[in-house]
Each structure stands twice: as C-alpha cells, then as structure tokens.
Design a protein around this ligand. Structure first.
Ligand code: FES
Length: 180
C-alpha cells in the first residue's frame, strides 16, 4: 500500500458522511474541526485538556493486519484531526436526535434524569455508546473503566470558582462556551 504524501488530502468520515480536507492545519484538533468546520456543536469543549470528557466522540479504525474494527471513545480536544485519516468518527448528532428518534442510551439518560446541567451529557452518551459498540454486555468494572477521566463535578467546581454561581449551572456553562 502506498504511503500518504504531503499532497494527499485528509479523508475521513463523520456520521457516515465523507470529509475531504486539502491542506489541513496540523494544529487543528478533531474538536476544533467538528465544531468550527463542520458546525457539529453537540461535541462540547470543556477543559480542553483531556480531563472532563465533554468532547468525547467515537473513532472507528480498521486494523490493516487483522481486519478487525476497533471502536474507541476518544477526547476530541486531544486528538489531532490529521490522526483520524481513513477513520470513521461518530458524534452525538450521529446516533440520534429528538427529530429522528433518540438512541437508547440518550433516551435512558433523559428518562432517568441522568444529567445535571446537561453540558457534558453528550460526552457521557458517547462514552457509553462506544463501550456498547465494542462490548454489548459490560460488567460493572468495565463500565467504571469506560467512565474514568470524567470530571464534570470538578469542572463545575472550577467553573463556579472562575465565574461565580450566577443564574444556575446552565448559565455558568454558557458563559464559558459562547458557541454551545
Ligand atoms: S474538553 Fe476534552 S476532555 Fe475536557
């Protein structure tokens, strides 16, 4: 197989649609690309340093040697967009919506009141979705592992420290992230 050259475009799929980017900036993160190039704002920007999980998306890659496909939950804020070349990315918009019907993971969280302000909920949904794609019947230890690194409460505490507790937690999130 030929190695990619500097003039080859970046090619990947997002929610089943092909994306071709000529001359991508190597400093763009996947999060930046999803939110500001593709306008998929369901993937949230929280800490931007891999700590909160608000930016979680699923990246699927085929292992060229075994042919197996791996479905991994990744922090889009830490993932260079160039690293998803020839991969498939699924965001929260790609698994379900109110208009087209919620995915069971989204539905269960909504019906169980499983979120606080809701800002980080898409990340929770995508962590669970990615886990279930590779392991449909996880045990409690595997569940715990899948949700490691999610620090919404710490994020909220830090946010409150920086912006004060005005207008409820939703307003705090919105004041941190003008484009939600
Ligand atoms: S925004 Fe990516 S982990 Fe917090």
């Amino acid at each position: 197989m030929a190695s990619p050259t500097l003039t080859d475009p970046l090619v990947f799929f997002v929610n089943g649609k092909k994306v071709v980017e000529y001359l991508p900036d190597p400093e763009w993160t996947l999060l930046y690309y999803l939110r500001y190039k593709l306008n998929l704002c369901g993937t949230k920007e929280g800490c931007s340093e891999g700590g909160c999980g608000a930016c979680t998306v699923m990246v699927s890659k085929r292992n060229m040697l075994t042919g197996n496909v791996s479905n991994l939950a990744v922090n889009a804020c830490l993932t260079p967009v160039c690293s998803v070349h020839k991969s498939a990315v699924v965001t929260v918009e790609g698994i379900g919506s109110l208009r087209e019907g919620l995915h069971p993971v989204q539905e269960r969280i909504a019906k169980s009141h499983g979120s606080q302000c809701g800002f980080c909920t898409p990340g929770f949904v995508m962590s669970m979705y990615s886990l279930l794609r590779s392991n449909p019947e996880p045990d409690s230890r595997e569940l715990e592992t899948a949700f490691q690194g999610r620090r919404e409460r710490e994020l909220m505490a830090e946010t409150r420290k920086r912006f004060g507790n005005v207008g409820g937690s939703k307003s705090i999130c919105l004041s941190l992230h003008s484009k939600t």
